[in-house]
Design a protein around this ligand. Sequence first.
Ligand SMILES: [Zn+2]
Length: 291
Amino acid sequence: MESICKNEELLKYFFIAVKYIIPAILIVIGFIKLVMVTNTKKAIKRFLIFGIIGLIICLLGFYSEKQIKNKCETYNKVEEPIEEPLPEPTPEPTEPSVKEENKIETINGITYVDGIMIVNKTYALPTEYRPSNSGDYNFCTTCLTEETLNAFNQMQADAQALGLNLYISSGFRSYSYQENLYNNYVLQDGKEEADTYSARPGHSEHQTGLAFDLNTIDDSFAYTEEGKWVKDNCYKYGLILRYPKGKEDKTGYQYESWHLRYVGNELAQKLYNDGEWITLEENFNLTSVYE
Ligand SMILES: [Zn+2]
């Protein structure tokens, strides 16, 4: 069957001969006999016989051609997938492995991985996005999501029991607030420098209502009793150190001992990693770079 199907050209000429040429020759012979022979009755009989045989061969030609074509088609179909599916699975590994392990999705312009909202230099929030309880505020320390505020309150209470004083210095910041803040930093230090410590509008976690800054909002916080305690205990409340030390190339930001982000207990415990903080970017295999 393989050799027959592969000779398409030969098959075409064979069936032209069977369908048209042979029946035509038979009919012509029959016609010649009809004209040449004197016995008309016999001649008509022969002409009819030749004609009918010609017609039968013609019909058989059409029928067998259709059969062979069908067989060749199914034969080719069976043969094709053997060659094609092999190269197809190979393009997948070239895509980020994020898709295989973690479900990344965009809902109303907001990026989530495994249900965790992602905001960094790569992933931005829509201009108008704000947590539901933030009203018309542009800056509000308590305008955080319910889970985030509860986590902070619990952490604050436990810290207080140890004689530590924790307070939120910066919570929710709107897009326009961040825009002013960032533009001022750019005027002060230049864009390149500003990008290392201040988020461009839409790229700040403070717009999510899931992040806040503690106490002094500067490097001195890391050396205070509060800063040391927070570093090793915040995960118990579902909070993470979002920009850990030595992970600047992953998060895109300098170490911020004061900036916490709520992710829930399970993920926070995993990212704490016995004090060797794993970033959201590492965990979900994400980038944090401006376009
Ligand atoms: Zn912050």
